[in-house]
Every structure is written in structure tokens, then in C-alpha cells.
Design a protein around this ligand. Structure first.
Ligand SMILES: C[S@@+](CC[C@H](N)C(=O)[O-])C[C@H]1O[C@@H](n2cnc3c(N)ncnc32)[C@H](O)[C@@H]1O
Length: 605
């Protein structure tokens, strides 16, 4: 009977995430098989109106002391609609339903005919059709009336194909391009074969979420990757030049690693570091599927903070850091809203009470198998929420300590020129506060690490930037605080790119001779401590929406920085840097970067 009791427990609890996430949460396992549990709840939710009517009209809640309203519809669902009936051997709850077999069948028939269905199949088909229209809609409207579109985002894997190649393939043969996201969702057609290219985000497009693109040849062969637009921002922001050496410090499952591989091409090299062995196996599969094996070296079960002098990855010029975060920006598609469950009432008297019911006392309350008066439940909710709030503050602190440690370690790479840091979190504690903390560090000051200015970064035209007020702990003047905030990119959950996201690019000062900032030979760089906090890895399930992008970066700047990094990357003696004279045109560019950097550093302590 645990199947029905567990289903009822889930339906009684406050919903904070999708039903799938609740049922498949490995840290809170259920006794019942997860697919059975999920199917029972979903099917009961689908048929809840008719089940409520049947239970009320049959009057069984008044007759059966062991049945709660919740259990009554779960069991009645299986009795009336599941192929093999109630999934348990006999027991008091099953008996409580089977005692009223005839009455339940009669009420079910009455309810079905009232809805105009000659047979059960017709009713089931109609309910299923109604549901699929709702769940594939992909449009949500908030309480404030803000409409958000949730398309399926796709990145074309240029290691295997091109945008044109994908669009001319069989998968997209019936699709038409639309100019705006709203067209995709509101064109009055039954089958929504529309796509929209992300403007100025190369090789990224959105389609209507109702399409099952995972069964397509393009997806199966690794020519396209299902990756939200916001998750594509870090690799774009890092902008590593073709043929460069990059470290992806927190790599699994590999969305950003494979994106980086497509950007740097066959002549480049990526060290993809992943601490978790199981996730590293997934990363390996993803890299193979994307055709990036020759470019990517996977460092399995390796803690990024243990990579130090002597490891080939230590020489990298570009680092992408996408560490574990709270995942608070991820758009949870609430697959089933369990709060909308419409339970039968034991007071309903629309049905004729059976003979046996007349023998019972009319005011006898059905015994509750589960808690609880509404007051009791309210009390529980309040204390849980308060507890959650405290936990989340501690958790945010622990996550941000870990995130800071990861960035500071990246700052210690001797040839590092650019480091991107990203989270799929909306909390300033994991975003701007982390930026302020690392900029205030000794290593940042000594090695000349700062935030890339908005005008230099490839996402300069995106409108939503970092929050200035959250950078107040930065020891700088207000102008610099503003510049740092402008250098950061934020994406809100309703921004239509893939849930809440944050990304920033740190760049390193180069002197007039093209040398990287900081006296590396003298700097005492202790490896940072690996944070042992059990950070939860929630990346990979974000669903996104599209947005207009209007023009990007100053390519020259990146070329100059790249040239300096590549030169430094060849250095066989890290720590004893040889002085190189940069080529003339590079020198001019370097000077330009330095002037900007110096200007931007005004006010740094
Ligand atoms: C947010 S996920 C990364 C998602 C990935 N960038 C992508 O786009 O597919 C964070 C990953 O970092 C890994 N991780 C956490 N701490 C790490 C560390 N110290 N060294 C290496 N990997 C780490 C986690 O196991 C997790 O797989």
C-alpha cells in the first residue's frame, strides 16, 4: 500500500519544485518504484475533476473511516482507470474501495456520459489531448501579467555541421523562420514549426518547445546540442582565440566544454577538469558525441584547485569557471502544479447514499490516515520555511566561499589572461559579492586582475548588467564600482535566454612590453583550499527564452590579449618569465588595452 501512501504524502507537501524533481530526488528515496509513483500522481491529477465527482456522488468518504479525500481519488483512479486495477494485495484501503465497486462504476459511467463520451477510451483520449495542449504551450504569464516564452534552445555544433547545414537537414525541413519569439508562440497554427535565430549569438537558435527534437538525427549524431542561450554566454564572453589553450575548471556535463571546443577549433586544446567521477563519465560521453575528443583532455576525478605548477594545464591562457551554485536561476518547469488538486468533499450529498451508509452515524468524521488539521499543516509550513531561509543563507555563504576559492586559484595560473566566472544563480551572494571579494584579494591586486569593461566584452549590447549596490564591499570609488557592475552580465529568469544567469570576465593587466601583470617570480601563491561544501549541481535543466542582441565586441582587444597569452603560453619556464618584445602592431593594441585598463583602475586601492 506504500504506493498510495507515498503518493498522498507528496501531494500533501508544499511544492517547491517540479514533481519529477521531487520523485527522482536521490537524497529522499521512496519505497515505491519512481515511474509508478509519478504515473499515479500525474494520471490522478489529470482525471481529478471526474474522480472528485465520482467519489462525492458515491458518498464513500462518509462510509469509509480509513479513506482520506486524497487516498480516495488515488485509489479510485487505479480502480477505474488503471489496466491492472489497484496495485496492491488486499488490505483495509483496497477493501474500502472494493466494497463500493458497483456504486463507483455506476457513478463513473454517469460522469462519463454527462461529458458526452460513449466509452472510456473516448474520455481518456479527450483528457490526454486537453493536457498535452496545456503542457506544451511554453508560455507563462505571471501574476503581474508579464508574459514569458519558454522555447527550446539549440546550439549548432560547428565541429560537426553549420547553421545552414542544420536548417537544410530533414529535421528542420518543415520549419520556417520567424522574426520574434511572440510569433513563434502566437501564430495561429496547430503544429508550430517555427524557429528563431538568436540575433548576434552565433549558431544558436530557438524552437517551439512542443517539438521532440531529441529523436532527430541532428541531435542523436551530436550536430546540435540542447543548451540554453544563457548557458552559452560564458564561452562567448571568454572568447578564446582559435588554437588557444583553455581550462574548463568545473566542466561536467560538458555544455560549455564542447562549446569552447567549437570556438577554438582543432588546433586548440582544452583541459576539462571535473571533480566528480560519475559526472566526468557523462562529460566524456558528451565530448565524444560532440566530436571534440581530439581537442579536449578530460581530467577525471580531479579537483581544479589541485592543478598547480608542473601540470600542462597550468600553462593555459584562458579559464572558464562555472562552479557549482545554488541553481536559483534555473527555470523549473512546474510540470504538475499539485496545489491545484481539487479534492472531493465528504460533505457532498449529490449522490444517493448506499444502504450501508444509512446504518452509520451521519456526523462520523472519516479517520485521517495523514496529518492534519489545516492549522497543524500551516504550523509545519511556517517552521519549514524559516528553517529553509536559514539553511539557504548558510548554504549561500558556503557556496560563495567555494566559488571565491575557485576563482582565486584561477588567478594564480601564471599565464592566465582571461577568466570567466558564471553561475545560474540570481543571488548577489554568488554573483556580485563574489566579484567584489576576489577583486579585493591580494592576488588580484598583485597580478593586475580586474573586470573587463563593458565596451570590451563580447556581450556589451546585452542590457542587463551587474547590480552596483551589491558591489559596495569593493574597495573602490563609485565610478569604478559602476564600471565593474557594467562589466558583469546578468540574465533574469524572465529575460527569455534560459533562466537567471550571471557571467563576468576577469582580465589581467599587461605591461607595455606585453608582459602579464604581477611579479610572478616573487609572488607566494599557495594553492587554495578546496571547499568541501556539498554544493548542489543543478546545471543542465534550464529552459530559456530568446532575446534581441544588437552587436558585439571590439575584436581587436581580444586579438591583442590572445597574442600576449599565446606567447606566454609557450614559455617553458613558468615563474621565470622571459621578457618578450611584442610585434609592432600588437604593441599598439597592447598599449590601447593598457590605457583602458589603467583608466579603469583609477580608484582601486
Ligand atoms: C555547474 S556544474 C558545471 C556545468 C558545466 N560547466 C556545463 O556547462 O555543462 C559544476 C561542476 O563543477 C564540478 N566541481 C565542483 N567543484 C569542483 C572542483 N573543485 N574541481 C573540479 N570540478 C568541480 C561539479 O562536480 C559539477 O560537475
Amino acid at each position: 500500500m506504500s504506493l498510495y501512501l507515498e503518493a498522498a504524502t507528496i501531494l500533501e507537501s508544499p511544492q517547491t519544485t517540479s514533481l519529477k524533481a521531487i520523485i527522482y530526488n536521490p537524497s529522499k528515496p521512496f519505497k515505491s518504484p519512481q515511474p509508478k509513483l509519478y504515473a499515479l500522481i500525474v494520471e490522478t491529477l489529470k482525471f481529478q475533476d471526474i474522480l472528485k465527482e465520482v467519489v462525492e456522488n458515491a458518498g464513500i468518504l462518509k462510509l469509509e473511516r480509513k479513506l482520506t479525500p486524497l487516498l480516495s481519488i488515488l485509489l479510485t483512479h487505479d480502480f477505474l482507470l488503471a489496466k491492472s486495477g489497484i496495485a496492491t494485495s488486499s488490505g483495509p484501503l483496497k477493501d474500502a474501495i472494493l466494497r463500493h465497486k458497483a456504486r463507483l462504476n455506476a457513478e463513473f459511467k454517469r460522469a462519463r456520459l454527462k461529458r458526452g463520451h460513449a466509452d472510456v477510451k473516448s474520455l481518456v483520449d479527450a483528457v490526454n489531448a486537453e493536457h498535452s495542449r496545456e503542457s506544451e504551450d511554453g508560455v507563462t504569464t505571471s501574476a503581474t501579467g508579464l508574459t514569458t516564452f519558454n522555447p527550446r534552445w539549440i546550439r549548432v555544433n560547428t565541429l560537426k555541421t553549420t547553421m545552414e547545414g542544420s536548417l537544410s537537414s530533414l529535421t528542420f525541413s518543415e520549419f520556417q523562420e520567424v522574426g520574434g519569439m511572440s510569433d513563434m508562440f502566437f501564430f495561429d497554427v496547430v503544429r508550430k514549426y517555427y524557429y528563431q535565430k538568436a540575433k548576434l549569438l552565433s549558431n544558436i537558435l530557438a524552437i517551439h518547445p512542443s517539438h521532440d527534437i531529441t529523436s532527430s538525427e541532428l541531435y542523436k549524431s551530436g550536430k546540435i546540442v540542447l543548451q540554453s542561450a544563457s548557458s552559452c554566454l560564458p564561452a562567448i564572453m571568454l572568447d578564446p582565440p582559435k588554437g588557444s589553450t583553455v581550462v574548463d575548471g568545473c566542466a561536467a556535463p560538458g555544455n560549455k566544454t564542447t562549446h569552447l571546443a567549437a570556438l577554438i577549433g582543432d588546433g586548440g586544446r582544452i583541459f576539462a577538469v571535473e571533480r566528480d567521477k560519475r559526472r566526468a563519465d557523462i562529460l566524456e560521453k558528451m565530448v565524444t558525441k560532440a566530436g571534440a575528443e581530439k581537442i579536449v583532455t578530460i581530467l577525471k576525478a580531479t579537483d581544479f584547485t589541485t592543478i598547480t605548477d608542473g601540470h600542462p594545464a597550468w600553462q593555459a591562457g584562458y579559464l572558464l569557471l562555472d562552479p557549482s551554485c545554488s541553481g536559483s536561476g534555473i527555470l523549473q518547469r512546474i510540470d504538475w502544479d499539485i496545489s491545484k488538486l481539487n479534492l472531493p468533499s465528504s460533505d457532498a450529498t449529490s449522490g444517493q447514499p448506499s444502504r450501508s451508509s444509512r446504518k452509520r452515524k451521519r456526523d462520523e468524521a472519516p479517520q485521517k490516515v495523514f496529518a492534519s488539521t489545516s492549522e497543524e499543516l500551516d504550523g509545519q509550513q511556517v517552521s519549514e520555511e524559516t528553517k529553509d531561509e536559514n539553511t539557504s543563507k548558510e548554504r549561500l555563504q558556503s557556496l560563495s566561499d567555494f566559488q571565491v576559492a575557485i576563482i582565486l586559484h584561477a588567478f594564480s595560473f601564471p599565464n592566465a589572461m582571461r577568466v570567466t566566472y558564471s553561475t545560474c544563480s540570481i543571488h548577489a551572494e554568488e554573483n556580485e559579492h563574489v566579484v567584489a571579494r576576489v577583486l579585493n584579494s591580494e592576488i588580484a591586486k598583485e597580478r593586475g586582475w580586474g573586470v573587463q569593461s563593458r565596451e570590451d566584452n563580447p556581450l556589451s549590447t546585452w542590457h542587463r548588467r551587474g547590480l552596483v549596490k551589491e558591489l559596495s564591499s569593493l574597495n573602490v570609488g563609485s565610478e569604478e564600482q559602476q564600471r565593474v557592475a557594467e562589466g558583469c552580465v546578468r540574465v533574469n529568469r524572465t529575460d527569455s535566454l534560459g533562466g537567471g544567469f550571471f557571467v563576468v570576465c576577469f582580465i589581467r593587466q599587461i605591461d607595455n612590453e606585453g608582459r602579464l601583470g604581477g611579479d610572478i617570480g616573487n609572488l607566494d601563491v599557495a594553492p587554495t583550499q578546496s571547499n568541501e561544501s556539498r554544493s548542489q549541481d543543478l546545471e543542465g535543466s534550464a529552459e530559456t527564452e530568446g532575446q534581441e542582441w544588437n552587436g558585439f565586441s571590439d575584436e581587436e582587444t581580444h586579438e591583442a590579449v590572445s597574442a600576449a597569452v599565446n606567447a606566454a603560453g609557450d614559455d617553458p619556464l613558468p615563474g621565470k618569465r622571459r621578457k618578450r618584445k611584442p610585434p609592432k602592431d600588437q604593441q599598439a593594441r597592447t598599449e590601447k588595452i593598457n590605457r583602458r585598463f589603467q583608466k579603469s583602475k583609477k580608484g582601486w586601492s
